[in-house]
Design a protein around this ligand. Structure first.
Ligand code: 5GP
Length: 190
């Protein structure tokens, strides 16, 4: 029997790095071609930010609901970040990879390490900001979070960047279109 299982692609980056914008462009590029990429929607206990909607950016849940799901082994991986839980629900990922689709997980570095352990043939990509100064400028430009939340994200960024060598590929977000094509080509040329 041939193995037509879809690939699992793990994308990590410090928050504020422009990862969401790159992924949006990447999915547009895929749509212009053969449209086989899907993005897993994570579950989180953090509050919705700005115009975020339940079931679109995240499934928003209480800590109790999240811990129930952990107890029932319903996550591919989960981690705590900035005092909140974030996790990848299993059923969607399993269904899509079984259908041969390329599934993207946009997760932080602890979760990425867990996925690499469980799914050794996954592809992991770390997106780097052009500089820490640029990262700070982008995080402040968002204007949807308190100073405290921004400071926490900025404190975590160097810790995450220090783990970039654990990833199969590293892509610098100097320009959205270029970075999106670089990721697209990595996946297409595997
Ligand atoms: P944010 O609060 O900015 O949306 O996300 C904070 C961090 O959590 C980001 O690095 C994001 O990639 C990560 N994240 C989002 N979903 C998941 C998930 O399902 N699992 C893990 N481990 N991290 C996630």
């Amino acid at each position: 029997m041939t193995n037509n299982k879809g690939k699992l692609v793990v994308i990590s980056a410090p928050s504020g790095c422009g990862k969401g914008t790159i992924l949006k462009r990447l999915f547009e590029i895929d749509k212009e071609n053969n449209n086989e990429f899907v993005l897993s929607i994570s579950m989180t206990t953090r509050e919705p930010r700005g115009v975020e909607q339940n079931g679109v950016e995240y499934f928003f849940a209480s800590r109790e609901e999240f811990e129930d799901m952990i107890a029932q082994d319903k996550f591919v991986e989960y981690a705590q970040f900035n005092g909140n839980y974030y996790g990848t629900p299993k059923p969607f990922v399993e269904k899509c990879t079984d259908e041969g689709k390329t599934v993207f997980l946009e997760i932080e570095v602890q979760g990425a390490a867990k996925v690499r352990e469980k799914v050794p043939d996954c592809i992991s990509i770390f997106i780097l900001p052009p500089s820490l100064e640029e990262l700070e400028r982008r995080l402040r430009g968002r204007k949807t979070e308190s100073e405290e939340a921004i400071a926490r994200r900025l404190a975590v960024a160097p810790v995450e960047i220090a783990r970039q060598d654990e990833f199969d590929y590293r892509v610098i977000n100097d320009e959205v279109d270029r970075a999106a094509y670089e990721i697209y080509n990595i996946i297409k040329n595997l």
